[in-house]
Design a binder for this molecule. Structure first.
Ligand SMILES: NC(=O)c1ccc[n+]([C@@H]2O[C@H](COP(=O)([O-])OP(=O)(O)OC[C@H]3O[C@@H](n4cnc5c(N)ncnc54)[C@H](O)[C@@H]3O)[C@@H](O)[C@H]2O)c1
Length: 330
């Protein structure tokens, strides 16, 4: 049986990866310090004989007894609200966390994949973004802590691959959505759905002409699974190229939720990317992968998930439950 370590396992993507690897018959070792994650995302897996959970901060030394075949490093604050609030932890998990886990992969002879991001392209000057584009990133702006942590993460991963011959994979994830996102973490899709469900107006930052491309989570997980099993060590974009302006997207959400909310406009945050669309030719060619779930369908599943949550969860704030305790240790 393959033994697979997944970091960030109690988060949105990590929890869906745990489901997939359990389904594929792996023994899954899930690791998370719960700084932005939520045990409710994986509580259904806790009784499973092939699932174990370690409450651990991966910026500290990581010890896992026994064999390991795969390491999926997905631990990192991922939403703008999170990484603006905890910038040092964000840099540490991208830098020290990745270094620790690469060391573990080397010691165990495990294959290693990191969750990189379209943010490595910054506010891109090339559209759509291909993997060959080096990006347009402001290292000292407010988003620099996330973008540069991810760029460093790619660099150290390639160094371990080149210098130590470690088997590594890099997935550049574009905006992904689905059940188990946090409603109030500042990402546009859950923010709109949360506002609609609470009967609030939908907030657009800027004039709404900026674009995003949203990928449904099951498509992303399939792409990651295929990339991990491939022999390609360089970055691969995984995302849905169907691009939409934020203004049109707000209208879609209002239609979906059947509410009569209005849209209100606020100032655009600094360095907010104006355009986002993955070029997925590489994934199509190398992995025979492309997204299957249309936005209509993915939004409907996601909306149903949030609509069926207990009402108090619509009001859970974005405060980090363990933030105080965690930050004292920094
Ligand atoms: N969701 C997206 O659209 C998207 C896009 C691009 C990249 N990514 C990347 O995918 C990964 C997962 O993102 P997500 O959307 O699931 O975010 P998330 O916040 O839901 O999950 C991240 C998880 O990592 C955990 N974590 C953070 N720091 C940790 C540490 N030091 N030690 C152990 N655990 C730690 C958090 O508690 C949380 O459970 C991140 O690396 C993110 O950068 C996500």
């Amino acid at each position: 049986m393959k033994r697979t370590l997944i970091t960030g396992a109690a988060g949105f993507l990590g929890s869906h990866l745990c489901d997939r690897f359990i389904k594929e018959g792996h023994h899954v070792i899930a690791m998370d310090n719960l700084i932005t994650g939520d045990m409710r995302n994986i509580e259904h897996l806790m009784p499973h004989p092939n699932f174990e959970f370690y409450h651990h901060d991966v910026t500290k030394f990581v010890h896992v007894p026994g064999e390991l075949h795969y390491i999926l490093h997905f631990a990192s604050p991922a939403s703008p609200i999170d990484y603006l609030k905890i910038p040092i932890q964000t840099l540490k998990v991208g830098a020290m966390g990745t270094h620790n886990l690469l060391g573990l992969a080397r010691a165990k002879g495990a294959r290693f994949i990191i969750a990189s991001t379209s943010e490595v392209y910054g506010d891109p000057l090339v559209h759509p973004q291909t993997e060959e584009y080096w990006g347009h990133v402001n290292p000292i702006g407010p988003r620099g802590c996330y973008d540069e942590a991810k760029r460093y993460q790619e660099a150290i991963t390639m160094a371990y691959h080149r210098y130590h011959g470690l088997e590594t994979r890099i997935v550049r994830i574009f905006n992904t959505y689905g059940p188990r996102m946090r409603l109030n973490d500042g990402r546009v899709l859950p923010a709109f759905i949360g506002q609609a469900l609470r009967g609030e107006d939908l907030t657009i930052f800027g004039d709404g002409s900026q674009t995003r491309s949203f990928c449904y989570v099951s498509d992303l997980v399939e792409g990651i699974y295929r990339l991990l099993l491939s022999d390609y060590p360089y970055p691969v974009n995984i995302g849905n190229p169907s691009e939409i302006t934020i203004k049109e997207f707000a209208e879609e959400i209002i239609k979906l939720t059947g509410t009569d909310q209005k849209v209100v406009y606020k100032d655009l945050p600094q360095d907010d990317p104006k355009q986002r669309q993955p070029d997925i030719s590489k994934a199509q060619e190398l992995l025979d992968w492309e997204p299957k779930v249309l936005r209509d369908e993915g939004l409907r599943i996601t909306y149903d998930y949030f609509k069926n949550l207990p009402e108090e969860r619509l009001y859970e704030d974005s405060e980090h439950r363990e933030f105080e305790a965690f930050s004292k240790g920094v």
